[in-house]
Design a protein around this ligand. Structure first.
Ligand SMILES: [Fe+2]
Length: 194
């Protein structure tokens, strides 16, 4: 069996396990934690993810689809972030679990502190910080807010599992804490209806 065949088999197994967890428990915090542990275990099998099989980003980051389910299911990706890549606080609108294969990415988590009464305005405060590096991961539910930064001089390579495929993503809300503002990207959910 080639590395790719082994990888495909392992990714399919992961999704079978994920569905077994959520069919039983739903998307509770403990279910997301259990999924994270499964993803961390898969990311630990480095031999399944030789970097030669995945093109590096030209700048910033790149996502390589590993397994995208039919029928508006989940999307599993290998993600590569170059040193220094940063993302401002944002909320995906859909749950997400990450696990590191190599490198270090710092995730900060925030909560929204305004009353959501003024369109375009938002304030957030940091509530937690997690270093995603080999042996660790992070999980967030639908409307959790995080920011990311690749630390060190090595690319951050990891696995990312999203509740929906990236091409069928809901609107993502981006927060600019320094301006007290929020903007949203257009939803791609119409692709799920087609
Ligand atoms: Fe994100």
């Amino acid at each position: 069996m080639t590395a790719q065949e082994k990888r495909n088999r392992a990714c399919k197994k992961l999704l079978v396990d994920v569905h077994a967890i959520t069919d039983k428990e739903g998307l509770t915090p403990s279910a997301l934690h259990a999924i994270k542990l499964k993803l961390v275990a898969l990311a630990g099998k480095k031999e399944l993810f030789p970097l030669a099989d995945f093109e590096m980003p030209v700048a910033e980051g790149r996502n390589h689809p590993l397994l995208v389910e039919d029928n508006d299911g989940h999307g599993l990706y290998l993600t590569i972030g170059l040193p220094g890549k940063e993302a401002a606080p944002h909320d995906h609108g859909i749950w997400c679990v990450n696990a590191a294969i190599a490198g270090r990415e710092c995730h900060k988590f925030f909560r929204r502190t305004d009353g959501m009464t003024r369109p375009g305005h938002a304030s957030v405060e940091q509530i937690a910080e997690v270093m995603v590096e080999p042996g660790t991961g992070m999980a967030m539910s639908d409307h959790d807010i995080h920011s990311t930064e690749v630390l060190g001089d090595e690319p951050a390579v990891g696995l990312a599992l999203y509740g929906y495929a990236l091409v069928r993503f809901p609107s993502v809300a981006w927060y600019q804490p320094q301006f007290g503002s929020i903007r949203t990207t257009p939803s791609r959910r119409h692709a799920a209806m087609a």
